[in-house]
Design a protein around this ligand. Sequence first.
Ligand SMILES: Cc1cc2nc3c(=O)[nH]c(=O)nc-3n(C[C@H](O)[C@H](O)[C@H](O)COP(=O)(O)OP(=O)(O)OC[C@H]3O[C@@H](n4cnc5c(N)ncnc54)[C@H](O)[C@@H]3O)c2cc1C
Length: 379
Amino acid sequence: MNFDLTAEQEMIKKMIREFSDEVVAPGSIDRDRNKQFPVEVFKQLSEMGIMGLPFPEEYGGGGADTVSFAIVTEELSRACASTGITYSAHISLGGAPLNLFGTKEQKHKYLTPICTGESFGAFGLTEPNAGSDAGGTQTTAAKSNGEYIINGNKCFITNASYAKHLAITAITGMNDGKKEISAIIIPTDAKGFSVIDNYEKMGLNASNTTELVMENVRVPEENLLGKEGEGFKQFLITLDGGRIGIGAMAVGIAQGAFDKSLQYTKERKQFGKSLSSFQAVQFKLADMAMKIELARNMVYKAAWLKDQGRPFSKEASMCKLYASEICMEVTNQAVQLHGGYGYMKEYHVERMMRDAKLLEIGEGTSEIQRTVIARLIGC
Ligand SMILES: Cc1cc2nc3c(=O)[nH]c(=O)nc-3n(C[C@H](O)[C@H](O)[C@H](O)COP(=O)(O)OP(=O)(O)OC[C@H]3O[C@@H](n4cnc5c(N)ncnc54)[C@H](O)[C@@H]3O)c2cc1C
């Protein structure tokens, strides 16, 4: 067994950590306050060749592995979780289904601009009446004269305002009384397609979360991703990979909150001593460090299994569930360790705590992860 990162993974980690400290972290409070999408950060990440990191070089990607993707997501999230979720969704929800299920032509046309950073990646699955029960999709795509005519609404879709195209799921027919769901690629400038960026969120304020409205949107049949009726299977596979991204985000946010707490408790003096000299404080920090370490090992293991071409659904669900729950705990303790200052924006940890909450909800809630794990352990 070897727990060392490869030379390439180490190099990526060092590069993104420096970039995050120097470029991503400094504007994080202002971007959160002003709900400002990190355009400049992503311009630089595009120039660094990071936007298509785990995708084939043939389509402009970096040909790197999933562990490297997890490292980048973790390091960006350590500095700014809004930047982390934007990147994670771009790769694992936007690019991955195109890479996994697209034809060569579709990949050249749609994956390449994602890899170069010309377009952000996004994926429209959730609907007002279909969240955890994503099979409850009500959006329809009716075939007519070589086109799909799409009608419906999607909610909470990450990155869509900055995407040139995105895959959505829709009902394309019925089979034995069951809905046949398919994934279809829609250019975001298509007639009848609107993106509404109007949510007021608890956290991740600098990330882009949107509603999609589709009114008689027409796309050619060739925009079907994979085969008709395979959309349900495809999004389950897509979400498996996405859960590694959410797990990595959780590790990054928790690490960021721990780093701030360690530094603060060493500097802050009460009763004539540094807070970090009190055993009650040390025990909190020890528990935080231990949980982060375990969560990171789980995320990297799931990513490694995926890279080996081995089954990883159970490990992806477990790492997402564990990492998101400890992230909530760690960020909560981080605010506690900062006392009243922790409640103030200037100290970063309150933002981290607000941002952390989404990780227990997105890409399958904690309850849904437990359902998935229970099924996979044979319940
Ligand atoms: C900021 C943000 C970004 C997002 N980005 C995207 C995106 O890019 N693309 C996309 O498609 N979606 C996205 N989502 C949607 C997200 O994946 C859903 O919100 C999530 O899957 C939960 O669905 P829901 O909100 O409808 O909650 P519901 O499914 O209504 O769940 C409500 C509660 O009921 C519980 N529950 C539901 N069913 C069961 C059950 N069978 N057993 C036990 N408990 C259950 C849930 O666990 C939860 O606690 C995003 C959401 C947010 C907030």
